[in-house]
Write a protein that binds this ligand. Structure first.
Ligand code: SF4
Ligand code: SF4
Length: 249
């Protein structure tokens, strides 16, 4: 089993806005693209991609739900999900080889693929389903917070964020230090009452989600109403005569 380092002051993570995510999957695709060419490990597998039972490794997935409310019509919520870089990460402590580990300096949880024996224990231990067994390489994969981007000084500074954050067209993904209460991400969480996923699991996730804002109620409008208003007091012509004649019967 593997030990965790003492909690770090720096806690890098993501803040995901469920109000503005439009479920476009741009973050899923950019994550897959970046991590398939990363020197951090083997490419993310795609098996039987054009066959009857396609299967692939994705470090970030978006699930969409229709939520029924007490009042008003149902709303659709898109829920992006990846590793939450937990403080008390059970996926690390359960690992028999030390392949899964949490960095003492910034709290990022990583897998050393050279030491991974593909036993899958960490996937069983993670309550969020955030680990992915690679079907081709038989090693465990997970979100790295794009550790090979965020510290990469060969990239322009604006690009030193996770690929998913960079590509999100809705600005729904934010990256930063959630251990620093003055950071932009911490302020955003405080302002919007961001929440941790399944806190009852005791894993102390670093990532936070911002709840959907209440939707404006649309007044009931009959868009055809102007066209259904009578244009004259009574119908004319043959139909008017027929209508009046039948009315006398
Ligand atoms: Fe481990 Fe799952 Fe927490 Fe990520 S979300 S650190 S894989 S327990
Ligand atoms: Fe949502 Fe942004 Fe991901 Fe699109 S790219 S699914 S808007 S988080």
């Amino acid at each position: 089993m593997t030990t965790l380092p003492p909690p770090s002051a720096k806690k890098l993570g993501l803040v995901i806005d469920l109000d503005t995510c439009v479920g476009c999957h741009a973050c899923v695709v950019s994550c897959k693209e970046w991590n398939s060419q990363s020197p951090m490990g083997a490419p993310l597998a795609d098996l039987d991609a054009y066959g009857a039972a396609p299967e692939g490794t994705f470090l970030n997935r978006v699930h969409s739900f229709e939520v029924t409310r007490d009042a008003g019509p149902p709303v659709v919520v898109h829920f992006p999900k990846s590793c939450l870089h937990c403080e008390d990460a059970p996926c690390v402590t359960v690992c028999p080889t030390g392949a899964s580990y949490k960095r003492a300096a910034d709290g990022i949880v990583l897998v050393n693929e050279d030491s991974c024996i593909g036993c899958g224990l960490c996937a069983w231990a993670c309550p969020y389903g955030a680990r992915e067994m690679d079907g081709a390489e038989r090693v465990m994969k997970k979100c790295t917070l794009c550790v090979d981007r965020i510290y990469n000084d060969t990239l322009p500074e604006a690009d030193r964020v996770p690929a998913c954050v960079k590509s999100c067209p809705a600005g729904a993904r934010h990256f930063g230090d959630l251990g620093d209460e003055d950071s932009a991400v911490s302020r955003l969480v405080a302002e919007r009452e961001g929440f941790a996923l399944m806190p009852d699991q005791g894993t102390k996730p670093v990532n936070r989600y911002l709840p959907p804002r209440p939707r404006d109620a649309m007044p009931e409008i009959d868009v055809l109403a102007p066209y259904l208003d009578p244009v004259t007091e009574g119908a004319g012509g043959f139909l008017g005569w027929l209508d009046r004649a039948l009315g006398k019967l």
